[in-house]
Design a binder for this molecule. Structure first.
Ligand code: KG4
Ligand code: ZN
Length: 342
């Protein structure tokens, strides 16, 4: 089974070809080409939707050709074409989806509609044996959800943010500090320089509440007030460090609560996924949490944490192999497609 995947939900144009052999549980990425638009959006401090659509339409065709050329397979060997059809920016989704649909019609091969979040949650299964049901914390620029992955297409949201996502807060704090976009890797670097001299007593929103939800907008406002007073470099490092600790504490406490509620009989594996999962500090904290709770810890390799088409092609493989009627070629992309409504 060879699937070509296309991802254009936000600011990365990505194309990938993934192969899965019949008797193998895992997949093999034959080639992946990703073009980040970060440079184009940087000066605006975030993604500009219209600019994103224009860039996707400029590059998608070249990228598909390049991916096929570097995969050592011919276009006729592709068994299906998968694309992210939501959630994401509508204009951006339309470029990838329409390209994939046209390709599927031209090749007379099935078109597979993939939910972007489903791609993130299934991503580590490309290279690791993870059994359903498993618990997953999805932390990206657009989402922060605790999920119970019951099968390749059944996901229950058991907790989520009531306002901002974690990635969004990282990005906004970076801009508040006069730094660049995306903020995640920048704040992570700053925090590493901290000597722990200054304390800011940042709030931990909903930390003590018994529900499984998060809220990060109040934390962002507190940090804005601190930054507005003016900070020297050492204070900036310490603020970044304290911020990461607060974020990790909030995430860890709710995930641990979820583990306790589900019980060890129900789940044995935990997956950390999404762009924020590429953060070393957060990865280490969750590894420890899993050891403490006797769960196996899985996280995709860093390039599969941030947006990429390999996770879309892989989800396409899981769908086509297990779901009889998967064709949604007649449906337009859905910018607000929820993972629990597949
Ligand atoms: O999954 P992703 O690539 O796109 C969405 O689906 O949203 O996630 C992007 C987010 C951005 O907010 C970015 O700042 C964050 O992931 N991110 C990180 C790191 N690398 C990327 N956050 C924290 N630490 C990182 N190292
Ligand atoms: Zn994503």
């Amino acid at each position: 089974m060879i699937v070509l995947g296309i991802e254009t939900s936000c600011d990365e144009t990505s194309v990938s070809i993934v192969k899965k052999s019949k008797n193998d549980e895992k997949g093999n990425i034959l080639s992946e080409c990703t073009l980040s638009q970060i440079k184009k959006h940087k000066k605006y401090g975030g993604v500009v939707p219209e600019l994103a659509s224009r860039e996707h339409s400029k590059t998608i065709d070249k990228l598909v050709k390049k991916t096929i050329q570097s995969s050592s397979i011919s276009i006729n060997e592709i068994d299906a074409v998968a694309a992210t059809t939501g959630p994401g920016l509508l204009g951006a989704l339309l470029i990838g989806t329409n390209y994939a649909k046209a390709m599927s019609l031209a090749l007379s091969k099935p078109f597979i509609s993939v939910n972007h979040l489903q791609g993130h949650v299934l991503a580590p299964r490309i290279s690791q044996n993870i059994n359903f049901p498993y618990l997953c914390l999805l932390v990206s620029g657009g989402h922060c959800q605790i999920l119970l992955a019951k099968s390749f297409k059944k996901f229950e949201i058991i907790g989520e943010t009531l306002d901002d996502s974690v990635g969004e807060v990282y990005d906004k704090i970076s801009i508040m500090l006069g730094l660049s976009y995306p903020g995640g890797p920048i704040i992570e670097k700053l925090a590493k320089k901290s000597l722990g001299e200054f304390k800011f007593n940042l709030p931990k929103p909903l930390y003590k509440e018994k529900n499984l939800n998060f809220s990060f907008s109040g934390l962002k406002t507190s940090i804005r007030r601190i930054i507005d007073k003016g900070l020297n470099d050492n204070q900036k490092y310490d603020l970044a460090n304290e911020f990461q600790n607060v974020i990790a504490d909030c995430l860890l406490s709710k995930v641990e609560m979820s583990i306790k509620r589900l019980g060890k009989k129900k789940i044995k594996d935990f997956v950390l996924s999404g762009g924020v999962a590429s953060n070393e500090f957060i990865r280490k904290k969750f590894k420890k949490l899993c050891e403490k709770n006797q769960l196996s810890f899985f996280v995709p390799e860093k390039k599969l944490c941030v947006d990429n088409a390999s996770m879309i092609a892989w989800a396409g493989i899981e769908i086509i192999q297990k779901q009889k009627c998967h064709s949604k070629i007649h449906l337009p992309p859905d910018p607000r497609w929820r993972i629990d409504k597949l």
